[in-house]
Write a protein of this length. Sequence first.
Length: 515
Amino acid sequence: MNNLRELLEERAAREGDRPFLFWKDREIRYGEINLLANKAANAFAALGWKKGDHVAVMLPNSPEYMVCWFGLAKIGAVLVAVNTQLKGESLRRCLGHADLRGIIFSAVSFPQVQEHASELDIPSLLAEGVSPLGPVGSLPRLLEEASPELPTDASISRFDPLVMTFTSGTTGMPKGVLNCHNAYISAGRDISLICRTRKEDRIFTYLPLYHANPQVYCVMGALVAGASLILAERFSASAFWDQVRNHQATMFSYVGTILTILLKQPEAPREREHTVKVCFGGGAPGDMAQRFQDRFRVKVLELYGMSETGAFNTMNTLEKSRVGSVGPIREGFDVRLFNEEDEEVPDGTVGEFVIRPLKPGLMFDGYYKQPEETLKSYRNLWFHTGDLGRRDAEGFFYFVGRNKETIRKGGENISPGEIEAVLNDHPHILESAVVGVPDEILEEEIKAYIVVNEGKTVEPEEIYGWCSERLAPFMVPRYIESVESLPKTGSSKVQKTLLKELGVGSAWDKKRRTK
């Protein structure tokens, strides 16, 4: 299949009566999801949306999310996946950066979207009910009136863009990562081959669909194998194994924090009474993966990858696995470890992960409207990830840490620059520096160092409230510490490495204050 449009049509023809999606008490079959995608495609085309147009989807996990995604794919438009937690300046930047022809959102997101959609003159479409915003209106009404027939062929190439996700850098500006149809389908095919996914399998995901992890590992993994997808609204540690049992899940994807949280749950008599045979994802240290396998009898296949690099580039397999590693190289990629001079380091030595594809259309098409950032990342024809690792003599790679400022918290990549911009807007703050500090569950938590203007004082509670009003909840610093000055280099750049080494220290802790 050259594109997602063809893949959906092919699956509907061959697996039309088999279940594609389990959502709460609802079962949606392959034939039904394809017809709904056709209706969405025709509705979007009637609005004037066409091949190459960027349309934001800011919806929680739901069948509507996939109907919108698949409908856009059928006319060759690009899904711009927007984090539903974003608000304020972070949201405005994303929406303004993406050159949107429209935005589809839920009633829950109305407060975040209203101001920016009007300001940026973006036609808006409410996923439930009727919207007072913009000239577009109600998605349910448009779907009801639309034809279920396959829309006119949009001549979609496998190299045409399919999805734009956002990744955070160190500058505070969101970077739009464009991936083509081929990159997503190839990754879904490869992960299904590695996991030996069959039509009878049911892949469970609770991760938000605006992330590449569930988009590729779960949705595309299920589609290419003709398997079923189980979708939950969100992760619930207490309900997890009941959800697995109720829907007879055989697989699920994870971020490392999920395994940690499940391991911290009290042991239960039925925790091994399930049908899950394998889980796959990233961010689980070796001891965690081993403890999870021992306790729950689920094979953990740890991998490494990024949305920029085709979703995953190394992965343990059922045949070739080493606990603690992120596996050997995925076919179709060259993965190496370089030093600061871009020279390959010997086995056992820590270096930076650098990656390049061996076939076209496996990696991202570049950062949208940021050619300088794209070229910077592709230094010497290798994509430089900013992540550190080592390789053993048998070709297994091991993730060691990050060599960049981006904070990794609970599966979210967070830009310190975005948080610092909000902090520095406070009238009594002279400057700030934000770093990640280790956290047992979330991998990293956010710590803010604050320098206040001379003669002024600002209580941590006030700073926390200031950030809470302007940032997504996952971006609000948990730890806040006031300092007289920030350590800087001779060129006046903040030495964040020194700040990270201080750890939590004596900082004000939001959680300690709310217990």
